[in-house]
Design a protein around this ligand. Sequence first.
Ligand code: FEO
Ligand code: CA
Ligand code: CA
Length: 663
Amino acid sequence: MSNTMRIATKANCTMYTSHPQDTEDTPTNLSANEHFQTVVARAVSRRGFLKSGLGLSAAVFLAGPLSACSSGEDLFRKPEKTSSLLGFEAIPISTEDTMTVAAGYTATVFAPWGTPLFAGAPAWKADGSDTAAAQARQVGDNHDGIHFFPINGSSTEGLLVMNHEYATVKDGTYAWLFGANGTEPWTADKADKAMNAHGVSVIHIARSGAGKWEIKLDSRYNRRITASTEIELTGPAAGTDLLKTRADPSGRRVLGTLNNCGNGWTPWNTYLTCEENFNTYFGTTSGSDTRDAAQKRYGLMPKGTEYRWEQFVDRFDYAKEANESNRFGWIVEIDPFDPGSTPKKRTALGRIKHENAAYALTADKHIVVYMGDDQRDDYIYKFISDGVYQEGSDNATLLDAGKLYVARFNDGAAAGDFMGTGEWILLSKAANATLAADGRFASQAEVLIYTRLAADAVGATKMDRPEWVSVHPTSGEVYVTLTNNDKRTKADAANPRAANIYGQILRWREAGADAAATTFEWDLFVLAGNPVKYANRNDLRSGSANITPDNTFNSPDGLGFDRAGRLWIQTDGKYSNTGEYEGQGNNQMLCADPASKEIRRFFVGPKECEVTGITFTPDSKTMFINVQHPGEKGNSHWPDGPASLPRSATVIITKNDGGVIGT
Ligand code: FEO
Ligand code: CA
Ligand code: CA
């Protein structure tokens, strides 16, 4: 992806005319919801307005102080032209325990959980009997964010870095980590194995002359980072009291990274891994719930955790080590090209349930990192570095000082038109009067450690579970998946459906097309919905006009632009294919044209998986994605077949004619 954001002009505006983590709650009764009805009524009237050909609201919007690239007015107007960006034929849904990809493409399983990562590492055992020591030398479980770092610009050799988000547990039982051996008896070695299944893998890969990608097992770059690896805390909160523990009185050294969900990368070739649901690893064996308000806001477990590490490792028991959980929930920067380097938890970027991290550069080369906090009614953030990016430098401290903002999304010129303006609110103890007066934050370090509480205090907009953010490679428009929010009771402009079970993708344009701006315009790119279930297109549950019975999906999560500006959308939603989800099949990956808004299904995963993580070789001819938690309810043997446990894996997609993916 381009390293620099171009300044958008009116001309290129025209181009863009314009898991266990996911609870299985039953949606509330929509027809009974007054707020939903209000928004439907607005939308219907808005659509009637559009049919009459009067675009007054949009005209007013366009005449505003910011340069608008597109508007929400066409959200309910079908894409008029066939996309020239999408060159493949859309595929139908699948409910099979296999993966399906568009005609003319090949999808190949690569580096599944347990794959040996070092010469001499033990081969994976299909019965789950690998030890903790074996797991530490094998690829971890539940692949998620992923990035290909080319070696010397190569499209046939590089470092594939990927997250291992968690180990699948249901009701205190690990689903497959220990296979037929089961979770009981629960031992220290099993807890250690679970910790080693987490973290990050750095994998040196190369494509052979025959076109097959292989791991270079003897490479010095291969590395496992786990829940036990030593990591440095850096930035304004490092060394402060809330980050000190008995084992680390310096407040600067922490063991491990946890629940590494989505990812980012920097133009100086480092990987950003994002600690998401870290709260689910902290509980207590004390038998009583002694959590403080901040621990509750971050969702620490009241008693024991499903992972059960606290039974053997004291630091995961909040009653024994109250500050340990403050050392998780950060963005972690890893230099994959220096296998001896200590990863850095960058406290300047705030402590939330980080989904992913997408960078941009301001007009004067400060680095910006956009981030979502994946929880119902949580927020979207951006960090702007104090220092400027220096090409060719290691930029080693660029992420250690800067300003952290949280987003407020305001309504637009007309209610229910699915667009509006917004502002970035600075989370600064010194500069924000609300935070200055709030005794819960003794310092800026505490604003960063308790980022969520600070964002609550300043009136940020509560979003429908912000997942991945991605920046368009040329326009600089920023897109975010809002995966769903079945508990929302009050719709607002950016989150226009109560009891939102399908999700939406929102995008914004920074004022002056500069990522340094503190105001922006936004609109909805797509309201996911189900026109198979809801044929009446005036019902917002049917989705926006770019959703059809042929491309319907729910719960957009992974998101990434390719170099040509195709928007790849990955889902982590309900796969029952019945009721509200009829006609949507297994989780999948679709591709959208940002200009025409057309969306086509490209790939469908096996049963009970999610599709997540996306990266390409520099020539855009090899795509790497991840299939996570196939068979999370016990109904898959993907990819190895009936004799084997299901395994999360990377999937490599190539075009049979050797062309660019998506063409
Ligand atoms: Fe790990 Fe929000 O997905
Ligand atoms: Ca996700
Ligand atoms: Ca998700």
